[in-house]
Structure formats: structure tokens, C-alpha cells
Design a protein around this ligand. Structure first.
Ligand code: CUA
Length: 339
């Protein structure tokens, strides 16, 4: 009896949680939850308009069908269970009209979808190229015209169209920043083009949208949209040579980085570290997050990551390197200095 009571309470608890989750989802109150219905780009706006247009048509159909159904249920209900209703064999006029209406409705939706796709599939001719490369489990961004390579945080100037050339280094990923428009598959050996543009400064969150392994959900990214002058400053800082170690701890961190496995996977421009497997760390100190957006870029989090990467990001290709606390402290000082 007591057990039955507990089960009932468990069920109620699950229901309450479900309703709360649904409520949170419907009102979009989840922290940093980006929505395709809050677009900040021409492409995103066109897609959101198409969504509302299709919703309007389908909602009209739903209301019409449900109204007729309810009317029929009440108006023609059997008052005498014994009575045989009038026997009819189809109604040509009705059948032709609802088939035609459905076909016309679908044709209109098709035409509107086609128009939106044609208008948004290619970026404007003056777009700045950025190569977006999906990796298990982080994003690489290369600016071929600027000679910059960074990771997980795409910085772009406000109002500037970007030609994102999307590809992958391993398995299929999908690049998706909801407020900037639709998804684009990142396929190894293939380059897909996506028009990115943001007309409002701010930070827009994105996420890999194609199951790509154990840390698929941990493959996040940010698009930081800044003014033209701030972008120029960012470009200059990114192209500046790597900072020289300023104190002995930083110097020690530099030595550890160059003598341990780090150099096999990471590049720091202007140093012997030229690995291409993991993110380019030349200016890692200037990023706001580490580990593909999982952790804020603080010394504590950097230490946590260096101590045991797979504990932070399951499946992480960066293994636990068995660094001592002293080594970690020196590495954190060095990496944080790379602004
Ligand atoms: Cu990459 Cu999912």
C-alpha cells in the first residue's frame, strides 16, 4: 500500500516536472536559449516569415476542419439509435473542391518556400569568406583573407555578409546559429555555403545539430557580432605575434607546453607548436570560453580542463596528460597570457 502511494507520488512528480519543462520551453525562458523566431539576420528573418506564413495557412486548415467536425458530431448525431441514416454515395462537387483547395494550398506553400530558398541560399557578392570546420567536438574558424584561425567563437562585424564555407575534419556535423538562420551540414570532403549576417551587435549562441558522437551536445559555439571598429581591433590583436612570456611562471608554462604532448596537436603561431589536430591556441586568452563553449575562460576552469579533459567533455580527443598541479599552474599562466 505504502509502495503504491510512493509510485503515485513519483508519477505526479514526473508529471509536474514535465509540465514545468514544457512551460519553460514554450515561454523560451531557458537561459541563453536561442530561437529561430528571434532572428537578427536577413536570412533568419526570411525564414521566420516563411514559418509564420505556413503556420497561418495550416492553422486556418486546422480550425476549418475541426469546426466542421464538431458541427457534424453535434448536428448529425443519432437521436434514434434504431434509425438508418440516409445512404449517400459520394459528392463530386465537394470532393473536387477539397482536392483542388488542398492542391492550391500546397502549391502556394511550395512557391513561397522556393522563393525563400532562392533568396537566401547564396550570400551577397561582397561577402567575407570564413571557413567553418567541424571537429569532434569543437569548431574551427579560418578567415582566409585575414590570415586568422580561431576556435569556437566566430567574431564578425555587424551588418557584414559572411560567406561561411562549411566542412568537416572527421564525421558529419551541422553548423547552426538559430538567430542567424538555418542549419548547414558540415560534411568531410565537401564544402557547403551558408550566408551568415547579423544586423544587431551581440552574442548569438549556436550548437552542432547533427549527432556526431558522444559529445555532440557539448559542441557549442558563439557568434560575437561587434562594430566595424571593434572588429578591426580584434583582427589586429589576432594577427599580432604571440606574447612573449613576461614572468618566470609564464616562461615555465611555455617550456612545459613546448616539451609535452601539447605541441603535437596545437598550433601557437611563431613558436615550434604547429599541431593541427586541436584548436589553434595563438590567442586562446582572448576567448571568453574554452572547451567548445562548455566552460567560461577562467584560470580555475583552464586548470580543471588541463587536469582531466574527458571529465569535462566526455570522449574528448585530448587525453588526461597526468600533469602535476605545478605544471598545470604554469600552463594556465602561459595560456592565459596569450591574449
Ligand atoms: Cu558535431 Cu554534433
Amino acid at each position: 500500500m505504502a509502495q503504491g502511494h510512493g509510485e503515485a507520488r513519483g508519477r505526479t512528480g514526473r508529471w509536474t516536472k514535465g509540465v514545468l519543462l514544457l512551460g519553460g520551453w514554450l515561454t523560451g525562458c531557458a537561459a541563453q536559449s536561442p530561437s529561430i523566431l528571434a532572428p537578427v539576420s536577413p536570412k533568419g528573418r526570411a525564414e521566420a516569415e516563411l514559418f509564420w506564413f505556413i503556420l497561418l495557412i495550416t492553422a486556418g486548415v486546422f480550425i476549418l476542419v475541426e469546426t466542421l467536425l464538431l458541427y457534424a458530431v453535434f448536428r448529425f448525431r443519432a437521436r434514434d439509435p434504431q434509425a438508418v441514416p440516409p445512404q449517400i454515395h459520394g459528392n463530386n462537387a465537394l470532393e473536387i473542391s477539397w482536392t483542388t483547395a488542398t492542391a492550391v494550398g500546397l502549391a502556394v506553400i511550395f512557391a513561397m518556400t522556393w522563393r525563400t530558398m532562392a533568396a537566401t541560399s547564396q550570400p551577397p557578392a561582397d561577402a567575407m569568406p570564413v571557413k567553418v570546420i567541424g571537429h569532434q567536438w569543437w569548431w574551427e574558424f579560418q578567415y582566409p583573407t585575414l590570415g586568422i584561425t580561431t576556435a569556437n567563437e566566430l567574431v564578425i562585424p555587424v551588418g557584414q555578409p559572411i560567406r561561411a564555407i562549411v566542412t568537416s575534419a572527421d564525421v558529419i556535423h551541422s553548423f547552426w546559429v538559430p538567430q542567424l538562420g538555418g542549419k548547414m551540414d558540415a560534411i568531410p570532403g565537401r564544402e557547403n555555403t551558408l550566408w551568415l549576417q547579423a544586423d544587431v551587435e551581440g552574442v548569438y549562441y549556436g550548437q552542432c545539430a547533427e549527432l556526431c558522437g558522444i559529445s555532440h551536445a557539448n559542441m557549442r559555439l558563439q557568434v560575437r557580432v561587434v562594430s566595424a571598429s571593434e572588429f578591426q581591433r580584434w583582427v589586429e590583436a589576432q594577427r599580432a605575434p604571440v606574447a612573449q612570456p613576461a614572468d618566470s611562471l609564464t616562461q615555465q608554462g611555455y617550456q612545459i607546453f613546448m616539451s609535452k604532448a601539447c605541441v603535437g596537436c596545437h598550433t601557437i603561431d611563431g613558436t615550434p607548436a604547429q599541431g593541427k589536430v586541436g584548436p589553434n591556441l595563438t590567442h586562446v586568452g582572448s576567448r571568453t570560453t574554452i572547451a567548445a563553449g562548455l566552460l567560461e575562460n577562467t584560470p580555475e576552469n583552464m586548470a580543471r580542463w588541463l587536469e582531466d579533459p574527458p571529465a569535462v567533455k566526455p570522449g574528448s580527443l585530448m587525453p588526461r596528460l597526468g600533469l602535476t598541479p605545478d605544471e598545470i599552474q604554469a600552463l594556465v599562466a602561459f595560456l592565459s597570457s596569450l591574449k
